[in-house]
Ligand binder design. Sequence first.
Ligand code: KMH
Ligand code: ZN
Length: 284
Amino acid sequence: MVGTLITVAPTGAESSKSDVPALPCTLDELVATATACEAAGAAVIHIHVRDADAAPTLDLGYVRAAVEAVREATDLVVQVSSGGAVTDTEDARAAVLDTGPDAASLTCGTVNFGTDVFMNRWELIERLYLAMREREIVPEFELFDLGHVATMQRLLDRHGPPYGGRVHCDLVMGVPGGMPGTAAAVTACVAALPAGATWSATGVGRTTLPVMLAALAAGGHLRVGMEDTLTFAPGEAVRDNAQLVERAATLATLAQRPALSTQEARTMLGVRESRSSAAGTGVR
Ligand code: KMH
Ligand code: ZN
């Protein structure tokens, strides 16, 4: 049986450093987290960047520095977020594809996001998808709801396969406004995925463990990290991202599907072999 791809999403765009002091926000903190998470079993890192005030930013200087620093310090597959924060513009979200990542997230539909709305118009989804393929960036289709599976299928039908030729999805579950983080929802989503697609799942907040266990049982992969989970157990704050990766790797080993190496992850995802951070040709 195939091993488990573990992705770490260490920072996100939603939590504030003042509320969560352990959140990696500076470049040094990001690199230290990336290094520790790779040692603990992560193979992919999903990056959101913070500025000097620890505020979420899509400033290309910051994002490029993060991509380069993580690549320099680790062998992790570097996946930038094209989702950003709910306040980011479409142009800014597209521009991060010019920072030379191996992979990028691609959310396949609009979703209520707590009291906010995470907007993903069809035109933006197409634009990001085509820009990724042009730049040889592997997309990770972020699916917050069952309808997003249908939109991903429409995208593939209309535009053909992504760069790398593989379809890899991440079920983002338990967001207030999206699909629930339950085993039943995992089953429903997975049944709707195209044949041959690989998938991971992440459960936000207290859904992290049920989603992780359901994903392992159903042959899926795992995403964990402080973007999605800040409480390790009732009343116990997460110590750091490596703690979440260690737990995921332990459960994967118990399921007899141990963590994939970074090289195995590159092969599975179809990531380009060598990539310089200077890549990028400008997003229209
Ligand atoms: N921060 C959320 C609004 C992604 O990274 O692509 C969107 C998000 C998805 O985190
Ligand atoms: Zn994200």
